[in-house]
Design a protein around this ligand. Structure first.
Ligand SMILES: [Zn+2]
Length: 234
């Protein structure tokens, strides 16, 4: 299956939290979007792998993803080594995305930082003929980085006003991870009620910067081709 866009993340739910609205918008526009989680988040304080798989399936349906894969790299060990690069390379070659979405290279969670470097390097090596894998060489044309805990000077913000409710629905599909007054599991940074509220405030903050209700910020390392500068702010 060839995808237009492939979103990589360290853990199931990262994509929903960081670029879920943009993905819903892309799918609505007719693009084929898939997601590949590098780990099964087995180190998560709340929930377990079985439950997390079901939650991921439900969230993927809400985002209307064409596919959701898991590369089963051990959680907490997303090392940028040859074994892990080959897993990511095979995934890129299998789905041949034109664009890759990946975590930004600085964050509170070391897995997100490692995932950023692993995916970026793998996309480069994936285009090299002499690296053998299970599929033909393929390199995505560009990588767009999404922000997680830390937001550091975004290059652009996507208007997700029409997609915000669906994004929150997909996030809440991860019932074990986020605020649930009935849960007896230990409270975590993201299970606090204020965490879900902060997502809305953040989307409003970035939305306001581009004159809309809700937005998601992104970063690119490469230059962006623009034909008409008038349209940037129109
Ligand atoms: Zn994560």
């Amino acid at each position: 299956m060839k995808l237009d866009i492939l979103a990589f993340s360290a853990h199931p739910d990262d994509v929903e939290l960081s670029c879920g609205g943009t993905i819903v918008k892309l799918v609505k526009a007719g693009y084929k979007v898939g997601a590949a989680d590098l780990t099964e988040a087995e180190l998560s304080t709340r929930g377990n792998v079985q439950l997390r798989r079901k939650e991921t399936e439900a969230a993927s349906k809400l985002l209307n993803l064409s596919m959701r894969d898991n590369l089963k790299i051990p959680d907490g060990q997303i090392e940028n080594n040859q074994t892990n690069r080959l897993k990511v390379i095979n995934c890129i070659r299998k789905y041949q995305p034109d664009i890759i979405l990946a975590p930004y290279h600085e964050d509170r969670h070391p897995d997100h930082v490692h995932a950023s470097h692993l995916v970026s390097e793998s996309n480069f090596y994936s285009g090299l003929d002499k690296i053998n894998g299970s599929y033909e060489p393929h390199r995505a044309k560009g990588i767009i980085y999404y922000y997680q805990h830390l937001v550091d000077k975004p290059n652009f913000v996507v208007d997700i006003t029409a997609e915000f409710d669906k994004k929150m629905e997909a996030i809440k599909a991860f019932t074990s991870q986020f605020y649930d007054p009935k849960s007896n599991e230990p409270e975590t940074y993201i299970s606090n009620k204020r965490f879900l509220e902060s997502l809305k405030i953040r989307a409003q903050y970035f939305g306001y910067q581009i004159g809309v209700q809700y937005g998601e910020p992104f970063f690119v390392k490469s230059a962006i081709k623009i034909d008409n500068i008038y349209q940037i702010f129109s």
